[in-house]
Design a protein. Structure first.
Length: 66
């Protein structure tokens, strides 16, 4: 992609195309950043839910043994 961008030097149409590609790449990078943040948040929630499930299972086991 970068090689293609380097090759697009010269005419106004080529510069517009280069600007469009640059905007698209920027938007895609922003989307990736947002998705990575969302994944991190969901992993935290999953880990918290797993810890709660483990705690509840342990409590249930203790109640059954009593």
């Amino acid at each position: 992609m970068r090689e293609n961008m380097k090759a697009l030097k010269g005419s106004a149409e080529e510069k517009q195309l280069l600007q469009r590609y640059t905007r698209q790449l920027d938007q895609q990078e922003s989307q990736l950043d947002a998705l990575r943040a969302e994944i991190a948040e969901l992993e935290k929630k999953r880990n918290a839910a797993q810890a709660e499930l483990t705690r509840l299972a342990t409590d249930l086991t203790l109640e059954v043994e009593l």
